[in-house]
Ligand binder design. Structure first.
Ligand code: IYR
Length: 222
């Protein structure tokens, strides 16, 4: 059954409007940083809901929208997640599970197995990728380009949080299987990224990074 079509909602802009909008958005996005030190100041649920709606507006393979966002504010659940994540991360960092090259790549960031932000941040948003879905009769429905789709949705989520003045970290405790268990997710959902969300701690610092220049990341064939 085909979907009915509707006229695209599109308002043309002048060249000057486009240049100004491009510059403003680029500057706004350029100021985004991953943050590892969070304030415990509460964040209204309505803001988290808005960011998830924005994320869920992302394009997806065959419009399957193969994502689930689990937003955790409960202190007990956050503690359980922190403990499980730190157990895994300890094995990775201290138990020899992380290859030497990986350890060296992370050294400048100064990360270690301690993840206090998993309790300090007022919200943890766990994003799950649905490797398949279900039809109304319960049969399996194939999902397409799941990782691409969920990755784009996560990009929208990060951008929405930044736009509203919140900070987050793209956190991937490894392995992440414990998240599905702790959060009671069904077998078709695989943990994808765990986002602590909140305000930065007073005096929070971030590493001095250099972003690759346009020349380093783009090739134009004109
Ligand atoms: N998951 C670990 C290790 C880690 C891996 C990458 I790639 C990073 O960019 C940062 C950390 C951790 O969260 O510490």
């Amino acid at each position: 059954m085909d979907w009915p079509h509707t006229p695209l909602d599109y308002s043309p802009r002048t060249d000057a409007e486009m240049a100004a909008a491009a510059a403003a958005f680029e500057a706004a996005m350029e100021s985004r940083r991953s943050v590892r030190e969070f304030s415990d100041q509460p964040v209204p649920r309505t803001l988290i809901e808005s960011a998830i709606r924005t994320a869920s507006s992302a394009p997806s393979g065959a419009h399957m929208q193969p994502w689930t966002f689990v937003a955790v504010q409960n202190a007990g659940i956050k503690r359980t997640i922190r403990q499980a994540a730190e157990q895994e991360e300890f094995q990775s960092y201290e138990g020899g599970r992380m290859p030497e090259e990986w350890r060296e790549a992370l050294a400048p960031l100064g990360t270690d197995w301690n993840k206090p932000f998993l309790e300090t941040a007022p919200w943890l948003v766990a994003v799950f990728a649905q490797s398949y879905g279900h039809r109304e009769d319960g049969s399996r429905k194939t999902h397409y380009y799941v990782r691409e789709s969920v990755g784009i949705a996560c990009g929208f989520f990060i951008s929405a949080l930044h736009q509203m003045g919140l900070v987050t970290l793209t956190h991937t405790p490894s392995p992440m299987g414990f998240l599905g268990e702790v959060l009671g997710r069904p077998a078709n959902e695989k943990a994808f990224i765990l986002f602590p969300v909140g305000y930065p701690a007073q005096g929070a610092t971030v590493p001095v990074l250099r972003r690759k220049s346009l020349d380093e990341v783009a090739v134009f064939l004109t």
